[in-house]
Design a protein around this ligand. Structure first.
Ligand SMILES: O=C[C@H](O)[C@H](O)[C@H](O)COP(=O)(O)O
Length: 220
């Protein structure tokens, strides 16, 4: 079985009746949502909150009862993927552009379980360029300020146009090289006017579940 799938399905075993569950975004979270959908059909009673329009549509199609973000002030468990996980369980997220809603949902969750395949584990973050969500107007000024922090910023494109997030913002993928101090970098980036949020998730994960190519899965 696919390494992402076994990690994602393992995480769903922690979901119990009456929980409010946060649904992540991406090709790994996809498998968690599929499994939750199956379990709901078998009688699991939960309500869920999505971290993207894509995940919301998938969940609705599978018959998972959904709540809007404005309806919840606490989420029991969120299952989400990541682009990189370091040894302190700091994360880079946002490869799929969903970082802002993901961080709001994660910050409202009692537990954030990260599901990844083994390729996402790194010693230090930064081989994956850091996604930064920025407002569209004067985006050049914001990109210049990001460049001044020492990265190479690249405006994410989709079919010849700047990629737009679910929130109507742009994403800039920032190559900082190896990130020595993720917590500091997180704060410095978010101080820039025009930045909405960045894809560093600092000390937010309660558990990391890793799927391996050989079919094994390890919970950390
Ligand atoms: O914006 C997207 C999310 O942060 C994803 O969770 C992340 O990019 C990992 O995605 P995947 O599981 O597809 O590698």
């Amino acid at each position: 079985m696919d390494a992402k799938r076994i990690a994602a399905e393992k995480a769903t075993a922690y979901i119990d009746h009456e929980m409010v569950v946060g649904l992540g975004t991406g090709s790994t979270a996809y498998w968690a949502i599929q499994k939750i959908g199956e379990n709901v059909k078998r009688g699991l009673r939960i309500q869920a909150v999505a971290t993207s329009i894509q995940s919301e549509n998938l969940a609705k199609a599978l018959g998972i009862p959904m709540l809007s973000m404005s309806m919840v002030d606490s989420i029991d468990l969120t299952i989400d993927g990541a682009d990189e996980v370091d040894e302190a369980w700091n994360l880079i997220k946002g490869g799929g552009g969903a970082l802002l809603r993901e961080k709001i949902v994660a910050s409202t969750s009692k537990n954030l379980f990260i599901v990844v395949d083994e390729r996402k584990l790194v010693k230090k973050l930064g081989a994956f360029p850091l996604p930064v969500e920025i407002v569209t107007f004067a985006h050049e000024i914001t990109q210049n300020k990001l460049r001044a922090l020492g990265c190479i910023p690249v405006l994410r494109m989709k079919e010849q146009h700047p990629y737009l997030t679910d929130n109507g913002n742009y994403i800039v993928d920032c190559d900082f090289g190896s990130i020595d101090h993720p917590e500091e970098l997180h704060q410095i980036i978010n101080m820039i006017p025009g930045v909405v949020d960045n894809g560093l998730f600092i000390k937010m994960a309660a558990k990391v579940i890793v799927g391996y190519q050989d079919g094994t899965v390890i919970e950390m």
